[in-house]
Design a protein around this ligand. Structure first.
Ligand code: FAD
Length: 323
């Protein structure tokens, strides 16, 4: 079922979350042990992130370095299928533009459709560590909006591989009907010159057919409420789902702002610094997220989406006290 249909038929605020595919070499059991405790709260849908191939350098016996491409967390689509089979909930694969041609995307969309997956979360992806900015695949997309357009085209029967379709179907009728989610950034995307510019391009994703937005994590609800107001003023009327992540280590006070371009309120920073050990930091993070979630729920958001980072314990405690 589509995310928009889940939202339309819900009588109360829903709970959803996202997981990462396990590291290469691990098995599906790792995923199920993350999911099992959280299934108690009946999430209508679960997202599975996508991780792009990266280049690593291996030192050979002769001292020269060998470049190797490695996918550390493969298997997004397969994991979605396994989740749907085991738990009977909708699973949403994340799809990115980085490193993938339009043809490869079209082929993946066939797999996804055959597996009965109704939703896609569409992103550009980040630039590679060695790149100064994002470079599109030679036959790929530069921005998420282009990928939204490709999927929307497929929904109306416009394939990339027109030749095959035109020569094999006399009475062709479209068989794709994906619901599409896209990312939004309450504190703007890190590359964007300002929030208005970012909103302008967010609106383009919606105008091209995206059905809902999930936000980057934020720690100050005022940023989210102001983002929603700005979106509505610009004519973006689709559901906007807030993304919540509990802080779980002191290190994250620096790593989250630098990786995701977000700010952490001083009150939270002080509490984390004051915490005497790892457990106390963990509890501060849980307490903060519970308060954020309560306020969001009371404000009437349709769904609250949690970033688990594959560690369900803190999310369990937060959701238990909210849902
Ligand atoms: P876009 O919407 O393409 O925007 C990228 C930048 O370009 C923005 O600054 C925007 O303002 C600007 N822009 C957009 N269109 C144009 C245009 N036509 N002309 C000029 N500028 C433009 N990454 C992964 O690799 N895998 C994941 O699974 C994943 N999941 C995520 C889930 C969520 C909820 C979020 C918020 C992020 C996720 N990301 C993931 C990270 C995401 O890929 C990065 O934030 C990426 O840098 C931007 O992706 P986007 O889809 O927002 O890009």
């Amino acid at each position: 079922m589509k995310v928009t249909e889940h939202i339309a038929k819900a009588k109360k605020s829903l709970f959803s979350f996202e997981i990462l595919p396990p590291l290469r070499g691990h098995n599906i059991g790792n995923i199920f042990s993350t999911l099992d405790p959280l299934m108690e709260f009946n999430p209508p849908f679960i997202d599975v992130t996508y991780h792009r191939e990266e280049s690593i350098f291996i030192e050979r016996e002769n001292g020269l370095l060998q470049k190797k491409k490695i996918s550390r967390r493969p298997g997004t689509i397969g994991i979605c299928s396994a989740i749907m089979n085991k738990y009977g909930v909708d699973a949403i694969p994340h799809m990115i533009c980085g490193g993938i041609s339009r043809q490869m995307i079209e082929n993946s969309l066939f797999d996804i459709n055959f597996l009965g997956i109704d939703n896609l979360f569409v992103l550009r992806g980040d630039s590679l560590k060695k790149e100064s900015s994002f470079y599109a695949n030679r036959n790929g997309h530069k921005y998420a909006v282009e990928l939204v357009k490709q999927i929307k085209n497929l929904n109306t029967g416009k394939y990339i591989d027109k030749y095959f379709i035109e020569n094999n179907h006399d009475n062709y009728s479209p068989m794709f009907n994906f619901c599409i989610g896209v990312a939004g950034y309450p504190e703007k995307h890190l590359e964007s010159p300002n929030i208005d510019s970012d909103l302008y391009f967010l609106k383009k994703k919606i105008d091209e057919g995206a059905d809902y937005i999930v936000t980057q994590m934020f720690f100050d609800n005022k940023k989210f409420f102001s983002f929603v107001d700005r979106c509505r003023t610009k004519g973006i009327s689709v559901p906007i789902i807030p993304g919540i992540k509990p802080i779980s280590s002191k290190k994250q006070l620096n790593s989250l702002p630098s990786n995701f371009y977000l700010s952490i309120p001083n009150e939270l920073v002080k509490e984390v610094i004051k915490a005497k050990n790892k457990d106390s930091v963990y509890n501060v993070g849980i307490e903060w997220s519970i308060n954020q979630s309560k306020e969001l729920k009371n404000s009437g958001v349709e769904v609250i989406h949690y970033y688990t980072m594959d560690k369900p314990d803190n999310i369990y405690k937060i959701v238990k006290s909210i849902y």
